[in-house]
Design a protein around this ligand. Structure first.
Ligand code: SME
Length: 162
């Protein structure tokens, strides 16, 4: 297993997503522990793309509970009807929030976070395992390119990690 990740610094994000996807696939290959793999994936995304916060919330009974992440201390439990994470979990859709102040019920774990994207992670039976949450200090920081790039990473999680 490679112990570092290679990427083009300051490149356009689309290129970085393209560069890191196969490395993430290689990183999780041969490791069966979900927590270890999700922790490394959060680290790769944070290190290469420089977002403010990158992490997972995992469904435990009737809540989403904080999983592996990179960034500042975050809220530990989110209801299915709460926040952007709950909305993505319930609708099973990727949600892009250009301005967190405009999202009704947004949970402000940090006042630094200004925009975010949340992607559902589905198990093979179609149920949602949890979500990938990425936060930025910049307003309107996420586009369709991030959606495509991060969905590629989620697809690796769904096929190789869960
Ligand atoms: N903002 C999220 C909560 C999680 S933190 O941003 C890490 C939400 O509204 O669901």
């Amino acid at each position: 297993m490679a112990e570092s990740v290679a990427f083009t610094e300051n490149a356009e994000r689309s290129l970085i997503y393209k560069e890191i996807a196969p490395q993430i696939a290689a990183l999780v290959e041969g490791e069966s522990d979900i927590i270890a793999n999700l922790a490394n994936i959060a680290a790769v995304v944070k290190e290469t793309l420089g977002f403010y916060w990158v992490g997972f919330y995992v469904r435990k009974e009737d809540m989403l509970v904080l999983g592996p992440f990179q960034g500042t201390v975050a809220c530990t439990r989110i209801g299915f009807d709460e926040g952007v994470c709950g909305y993505s979990y319930t609708t099973k859709e990727t949600v892009i929030v250009p301005n967190v102040d405009d999202f009704p019920g947004h949970i402000a774990c940090s006042s630094e976070s200004r925009s975010e994207i949340v992607l559902p992670i589905r198990r093979k039976d179609g149920e949602v395992f949890g979500v990938l949450d990425v936060d930025s200090r910049q307003l309107n920081d996420f586009s369709e390119k991030d959606k495509t790039g991060l969905e590629r990473i989620v697809a690796i999680i769904e096929t190789k990690v869960l």
